[in-house]
Write a protein that binds this ligand. Structure first.
Ligand code: GUN
Ligand code: ZN
Length: 342
């Protein structure tokens, strides 16, 4: 059962479900991430990547817990390993070196160095088995070498098959006491709702009430579905990338191209961005669209928290997802899955 939960981190308590906006460091070390935490009190969280910190000028500035100094003293920082980049850029990183970066910059939560299995990696293929094995090995190495006891370590899980992931969890839990788990490899599966539902469902059942993160998924329709399946936290850069493509998260609905919003006196939203700016200002400024999108995610989480508190999540999703046939179908599948019918 999904629930409101408190995760105790080194910085402060984190109430879940929670979203971590991805900071896209970039070479200039600043990226194009707006300083959203200064405007959205509930979004005082950030996902940032140890590999990109290490390979950018940020690193020197970030030593000795510098994330909090540079960005937000009270922010909860989830520092990803760089597993995704390891795969996409075909490089090999050292799990201990990554762990030390995570500790040094002041991570509240650290994800272990995985080797993602992508959709093209068939589960019967040797590659798939090798990636899963390497990810397991690195997870245990991180746990055994942790120096900062107050930094939470989440084991990054890989695999294209729920049974295989469950076996991986059994092995990891036998060998170590992880603070949580993070499901990887979902980005390429992002439109395969049934596969994602199967995986989150299987993992949640296996890990009991330990914290569960899903990497790379956090669109306005996916969040309710993932929370329903038992995920606690997620991260995504979709709000920014959508902003760059002039994609606007419609309140209560899906994502639309900004130019498809009827140009009337009013924008269809009362967030601080859309209240203060005109249609033309929002249309012409990517950062404004990104900030509006983040406000929509904030609003979505708030509505989910209320629904969780009132034990009305199913009823809320029924209403929330009805307008989107693909996601609504996925919700019906999810419901059957939770009832043990499929
Ligand atoms: N971010 C998006 N997908 C992944 C993944 O599979 N592993 C890690 N570590 N980070 C991710
Ligand atoms: Zn708005």
């Amino acid at each position: 059962m999904t629930q409101l939960k408190i995760i105790q981190t080194a910085t402060r308590e984190l109430e879940t479900p929670a979203f971590f906006p991805v900071h896209n460091g970039g070479k200039s070390a600043e990226g194009n991430t707006p300083r959203y935490w200064e405007n959205i009190p509930e979004m005082n969280t950030m996902m940032i990547n140890a590999y990109s910190i290490l390979s950018s000028p940020l690193y020197e500035k970030m030593r000795n817990g510098g994330l909090h100094k540079k960005f937000s003293e009270n922010g909860v920082f989830f520092v990803d390993s760089g597993g995704f980049q390891q795969k996409s850029r075909n490089i090999t990183l050292d799990p201990i070196k990554i762990l030390r970066v995570q500790e040094m910059v002041g991570a509240d939560i650290a994800a272990t160095l995985d080797l993602p299995t992508f959709t093209e990696d068939c589960i019967y293929n040797q590659n798939h088995a090798d990636f899963v094995k390497k990810s397991v090995k690195n997870a245990l190495i991180a746990l055994e070498n942790r120096e900062r006891e107050d930094m939470l370590i989440y084991a990054s899980l890989q695999g294209n098959d729920p049974t295989m992931m469950v076996n991986t969890i059994d092995y990891l839990m036998k060998k170590g006491n992880f603070d949580g788990f993070a499901i990887g490899g979902c980005v390429p599966k992002r439109s395969r709702y049934h596969e994602i539902i199967d995986i989150i469902h299987a993992v949640r059942r296996r890990i009991g009430d330990r914290p569960l993160h899903v990497f790379g998924l956090g669109g306005p329709a996916m969040i309710p579905l993932m929370v329903y399946m038992g995920a606690d936290t997620f991260d995504s850069s979709a709000f920014i990338t959508a902003g760059s493509k002039r994609l606007y998260f419609m309140p209560e609905k899906g994502t639309i191209e900004f130019s498809d919003i009827p140009e009337t006196l009013y924008l269809p939203c009362v967030c601080p961005i859309c209240s203060k700016h005109t249609y033309n200002e929002v249309r012409s400024e990517r950062k404004l669209i990104a900030m509006h999108n983040l406000w929509m995610i904030t609003h979505e989480l708030r509505k989910l928290k209320v629904a969780l508190e009132e034990n009305e999540v199913e009823r809320y999703l029924e209403k929330r997802l009805r307008h989107n046939p693909a996601v609504y179908d996925a919700f019906r599948y999810a419901k059957a899955k939770k009832r043990g019918l499929v």
